[in-house]
Structures are given as C-alpha cells and as structure tokens.
Design a protein around this ligand. Structure first.
Ligand code: 5GP
Ligand code: ZN
Length: 112
C-alpha cells in the first residue's frame, strides 16, 4: 500500500470504482476515461511501480494478471478480440505509477 497511490486507494476501498472482477491477487475496474467500448484496468493488489520493478517474488501475481486477461477474454461478451497493454514510465504514457494492464476490446486502438 502506497498512501498517495489512487490504485492502492481503490484496492483498499477508499475510492470508488466500477469493479469487474476481483480475487486475492488482482482487481479489475472500468477505466474512468474509456478509450473503447470495453476498457478495463487489470491491477495487481501489490503496489509495484511498473514492470521495471518486477522481481522474482512477484511471479505469482504476474501469472494472475495474465490469467485474468484470459478469463476476461473468455467471459466478457464481445471481448474475445482484445489488446492487453501496459505503459511503463511517464514518457511511454504511464500516468498512474502502480503497475497495470489496459484490457481493451470492441475497438482496434492500432487501426487508424
Ligand atoms: P496509464 O496512463 O498509467 O497507462 O493508465 C492509467 C489509467 O487510469 C488511465 O487510462 C486513466 O483513465 C485511468 N484512471 C486514472 N484515474 C482513475 C480513477 O480514479 N479510477 C479509474 N477507474 N481509472 C482511473
Ligand atoms: Zn499503488
């Protein structure tokens, strides 16, 4: 738990969010500013700044993140074609410094 982190506050129930899925390791919420018909954030409950800070001790949480992406793809109607994106570092577009993946479906973000 990092006291000034909005995702830690959402995980702790101190800030509202639309929860899609939750288990021991991972929380999925709707993005507050969706860029596609389906735009969720897959967030490990452990505060890890970004992928550059991943260590061996995060092995289980990392697998749980991928598994959650798989479950969303299987279970959410219209989400069987999706992007799973993580921005790492401010210059790559990271604005919340608690590692997370964008689960995006219903629109191809890379099609112009
Ligand atoms: P990043 O820019 O770090 O890759 O992604 C952060 C994402 O978090 C953005 O898409 C932004 O819309 C979303 N976001 C920022 N603040 C909140 C919030 O308070 N609640 C929710 N649900 N999403 C948020
Ligand atoms: Zn955090």
């Amino acid at each position: 738990m990092s006291s000034d982190c909005i995702f830690c506050k959402i995980i702790a129930g101190e800030m509202p969010a639309k929860k899609i899925r939750e288990n021991e390791h991972v929380l999925v919420v709707e993005d507050i500013a969706p860029k596609a018909p389906i735009h969720y954030l897959v967030i490990p409950k452990m505060h890890i700044e970004n992928m550059c800070k991943l260590e061996e001790e995060h092995r289980e949480a990392t697998w749980e993140i991928l598994k959650m992406g798989r479950d969303l793809c299987r279970e959410i109607p219209g989400a069987d074609n999706f992007s799973f994106i993580s921005n790492n570092g401010a210059k790559a577009g990271q604005s919340v410094f608690h590692m997370h993946w964008h689960f995006v479906a219903g629109r191809n973000l890379f099609e112009h």
